[in-house]
Unconditional design. Structure first.
Length: 216
């Protein structure tokens, strides 16, 4: 399901990545299968500095059989996507309602082992984009704390990240705003202050734009 070798470097020329569309069997559901999620983590083409976090997430999965579920209160797996319009050199970001930050679309696995499907579903729900081209395998990951809220303790999101591209020759698509989860959404380029508002997003979005240039 994950067409790449773990040892390949994540280079901006696209080496080691495959392009699939939204109808690919790579998005077949695999619920409650932590092994599938682990395979996505193991085969992600990451920069060297993220190898420590990869191993951290894999250890977490080994210690928590329920890592795909929100009921795992210490933390749980999530997936997200940097959707890129190569022609505009811009990435789709949302203004997250709960966190108040400009972030990429993404969300909880909620038992789904196919983390690419999780990311695709979140992109559809949060910005209304479908019929994208997706790069496989994942290109980035992050371990970050989520602040405590009433009824929910502080916990970790163990996030695996993908790149998706708008279709060849299609003008920048209009984004929808899911008002239940976001305060806004937009195509953000590198010169926009929102692009750099969150350092982790700035670095990953910049890598996504560079990578997308090879497939635009």
């Amino acid at each position: 399901m994950v067409p790449a070798d773990r040892e390949q470097p994540s280079r901006p020329d696209g080496s080691g990545f495959l392009v699939v569309d939204d109808t690919s069997q790579a998005f077949d559901s695999d619920p409650d299968n932590l092994g599938t999620a682990i395979s996505f983590l193991e085969t992600a083409l990451l920069p060297e500095f993220q190898e420590v976090d990869r191993e951290r997430i894999l250890r977490f999965c080994a210690d928590h059989a329920d890592a795909l579920q929100r009921s795992c209160l210490e933390g749980h797996l999530t997936a997200s996507a940097f959707v890129v319009d190569p022609a505009a050199d811009a990435v789709a970001l949302i203004h997250h309602r709960k966190l108040g930050l400009w972030l990429q679309p993404g969300g909880h696995a909620d038992g789904e082992g196919n983390l690419a499907l999780v990311a695709r579903t979140e992109v559809d729900e949060e910005v209304g984009l479908t019929e994208l081209r997706w790069l496989f395998p994942a290109f980035d990951l992050s371990v970050h704390p989520i602040p405590a809220r009433p009824g929910e303790p502080e916990h970790l999101h163990l996030d695996l990240r993908f790149v998706a591209l708008t279709a060849n020759g299609v003008p920048t698509a209009e984004l929808t705003v899911n008002t239940a989860e976001t305060r806004g959404a937009g195509w953000i380029d590198r010169a926009d202050s929102r692009f750099s508002a969150v350092e982790d997003v700035r670095v990953a979005a910049g890598r996504a734009l560079d990578l997308a240039a090879a497939f635009g």
